[in-house]
Design a protein around this ligand. Structure first.
Ligand code: HDE
Length: 694
């Protein structure tokens, strides 16, 4: 029996090695609808699909119309409950490959051999908003990865913020109730900026560190492709010898970690609520790989108590300067889903889906998560068989005595569904640890049953201060602005004051500063316990690359053909996507008669849809065009984006007298190599956050 299973695993592994596609999933992918005959769900071919069956052409509809009833009933039942948190998500397929074997640390089979490609499915999400909300609210982002390994599915259910609101899951319903729309009127949607949330914050000091991240640029990522992912909790790697290390997981985006400007994010929420999902879809659709490196911070078991914070506390990071991230592999996302509902919506992730060699720690937040995911999925996916849905099925064979329940797919043969049995030679039978069976790490635990938290979890402010200290000046300004915005939306004066007083513990000057605009009393000065900073926390120090960024090319008829051609070619060579924006769709004519197609207008897409703007203009631009183009330049300026101008574009820029024309603005009589190189470098720089706006 065990040999047979091994054979199957080997077969499957070969398949996976040959092709990183998830073969198992492929078996369930139906062919497209082309050249098919329309049938009912029973396979009956139907002669008509536009008219229901009626008694006479103007008569009543007949109940015997089984085709109408089946079609309508199915439609009536198309919706399932959305996720209680992380409802709005977007996903893609890909694979994971190791740089080096992690054998010294873990026996997980998919982390042994750099030649093995493990299929993955990743779902990114916002946390608070409903399924139909927007992509760009101020919020944490989910980053959930399912690795389809030969030993079963391993889920790394991560966020783009490395800490969490609370230390114990028993508070999870409270923080979620507080941050979701207020229950009496369901206002506001998809935002933390309201009374119930900040009331909760003021009563839960352990949340201070998370709030600093939430107020920072991390909460408005430019792209799912440009955010870090964090497993948040301490997990354990366990190797073949049974030796364990504490680990924290990190995803590092190859393109670096980049954010939107807050005003840009707000505007995108209205103009393009699908901004982040469109970005991921288009990138993959155009054949560009989306890459993240996977790493772990590793702490020896003997060093569990060697830090000035508790390593099991999910409101704490392990500073990367003290515990470096060891990058050991890369994930490449390269295939969009075929069907959003079947794949993205029905995907069920669970931090408890582990494989031998990966185990838990006693982080109380992790422990409580291990209960919640299956519980909620039983309701959302309608019963206990959601592991059989193609996107959730392991790629290795699975056998046990679980049976029946809603929507059971497997047709189990035979009469034996009990363990132990003699009737079927006690099959399926448990597998020993030596032969690959999962056995929990034998950590020694002892203690009294208590409802209490260890003293070592009680410093709620030092790392929040560390975060603040580590920010660049523009990042600090963004945090202040975020506090002013969020608390400015709070109606209760008392809550505002409590928050100002609470955050004086993080940095008295910071709290005083945002308190001023809220008309709050200056807080009592508090002594900050930490003066150091952690450079890894600032996005200032992230990789900066131009590829896959989007530049708008603003043109009217009569533009300079040579200048535009040279610029567009330089952008393409650097991997930047260039798209023409004009006042109309279709061909725009250069002065020399050449044509280029505009696929965007000022009306369909503002500069918020792009990372950079090049305006050449056009001799035939009318007054209205000129005004629209100036607005385009101005908006890009206020969102700190690179702006390059030639010809009429230069005149339109010069007429505007920006406060700070020295940062990220390229202006030239004509396009040359120096001009395009500067522009590409500026695009790589992402945003010019130091630019003065007034
Ligand atoms: Fe989740 N979380 N969570 N969470 N979480 C869910 O599970 C929960 C936490 C995360 O794309 C739910 O199937 C509790 C931390 C992601 O499908 C639910 C606690 C982190 C996703 C749930 C936490 C996460 C979820 C809702 C505190 C980062 C989306 C639907 C103890 C490490 C997965 C579902 C997807 C989803 C519970 C805290 C990440 C209700 C009780 C910390 C990325 O079960």
């Amino acid at each position: 029996m065990a040999e047979k299973v091994d054979e199957k695993i080997n077969d499957n592994r070969k398949k996976i090695d040959e092709n990183s596609k998830n073969e198992q999933l492929e078996n369930f992918r139906s062919t497209d609808n082309e050249n098919k005959e329309l049938t009912t769900n029973q396979g009956l071919k139907m002669a008509e699909d536009e008219f229901s069956l009626t008694a006479g052409e103007r008569g009543p509809t007949l109940i015997e119309d089984f085709h109408f009833r089946e079609k309508m009933t199915h439609f009536d039942h198309e919706r399932i409950p959305e996720r209680v948190v992380h409802a709005r998500g977007f996903a893609a397929h890909g694979h994971f490959k190791l740089y080096e074997s992690m054998k010294p640390y873990t026996k997980a089979k998919f982390l042994q051999d750099p030649k093995v490609k493990t299929p993955v499915f990743v779902r990114f999400s916002t946390v608070v908003g409903q399924r139909g909300s927007k992509d760009t609210p101020r919020d944490a982002r989910g980053f959930a990865t399912k690795f389809y390994t030969e030993e079963g599915n391993y889920d790394l259910v991560a966020n783009n913020i490395p800490v969490f609101f609370i230390q114990d899951g028993i508070k999870f319903p409270d923080v979620v109730h507080a941050i979701k729309p207020e229950p009496h009127n369901e206002i506001p949607q998809a935002t933390a900026a309201h009374d119930t949330f900040w009331d909760w914050v003021s009563q839960n000091q352990e949340t201070a560190h998370m709030i600093m991240w939430l107020m920072s640029d991390r909460a408005i990522p430019r792209s799912f492709r440009m955010m870090e992912g964090f497993g948040v909790h301490a997990f354990r790697f366990v190797n073949e010898e049974g030796k364990a290390h504490f680990v924290k997981f990190h995803w590092k985006p190859v393109l670096g970690t980049h954010s939107l400007a807050w005003d840009e994010a707000e505007k995108l929420g209205g103009k393009d609520p699908d901004f982040n999902r469109r970005d991921l879809w288009d990138t993959i659709d155009m054949g560009n790989d989306v890459e993240f490196e996977l790493g772990v911070q590793i702490i020896e078991e003997k060093d569990e108590f060697a830090f000035d914070f508790d390593i099991l506390d999910s409101t704490k990071i392990w500073p990367e300067e003290d515990v470096p991230v060891k990058l050991f592999g890369k994930m490449t996302l390269n295939r969009n889903v075929d069907n959003f509902f079947a794949e993205t919506e029905q995907a069920a992730f669970h931090p408890g889906n582990v494989v031998p060699g990966i185990d838990f720690s006693n982080d109380p937040l992790l422990q409580t998560r291990l209960f919640s995911y299956t519980d909620t999925q039983l309701l959302r996916l309608g019963g206990p068989n959601f592991h059989e849905i193609p996107i959730n099925r392991p790629v290795c064979p699975f056998f046990n005595h679980q049976r029946d329940g809603f929507h059971r797919q497997t047709i189990n043969k035979g009469k034996v569904a009990h363990h132990k049995n003699a009737m079927a030679n006690n099959s399926p039978q448990p597998v020993s640890e030596e032969n690959g069976g999962y056995a929990h790490y034998q950590e020694k635990v002892e203690g009294r049953k208590v409802r209490a938290r260890s003293e070592s979890f009680k410093d709620h402010f030092s790392q929040a201060t560390l975060f603040w200290n580590s920010m660049s000046e523009p990042e600090k300004q963004h945090i202040l602005k975020a506090f002013r915005f969020e608390l400015g939306k709070v109606k209760d004066k008392d809550i505002q004051q409590k928050i100002v007083d609470m955050f004086a513990n993080v940095d008295t000057e910071m709290a005083t500063e945002f308190g001023k605009t809220l008309n709050c009393t200056t807080p009592e000065p508090k002594k900050q316990t930490i003066t150091k900073s952690s450079p890894a926390l600032s996005q200032e120090n992230t990789p900066k690359k131009p590829n896959t960024r989007k530049a708008a090319i603003v043109l009217a008829d009569g533009f300079n053909g040579d200048d535009v051609k040279t610029t567009v070619e330089a952008l393409h060579t650097a991997g930047v996507t260039a798209a023409v924006v004009s006042d109309k769709l279709g061909p725009i004519k250069a002065a020399d008669g050449r044509e280029i197609e505009a696929k965007h207008t000022f009306l369909t897409d503002g500069s918020i849809a792009f990372d950079a703007v090049y305006v050449d203009g056009g001799a035939n631009a009318d007054k209205k065009f000129e005004e629209d183009a100036k607005m385009f330049i101005k908006e890009a300026y206020t969102h700190y984006k690179p702006i390059a101008v030639t010809n009429e574009g230069k005149q339109w820029l010069d007429s505007q007298q920006f406060a700070d024309p020295n940062t990220g603005i390229m202006s030239s009589e004509s396009v040359n190599n120096e001009f395009t190189t500067q522009f590409v470098d500026a695009i790589a720089n992402h945003r010019f956050w130091t630019r003065q706006l007034v």
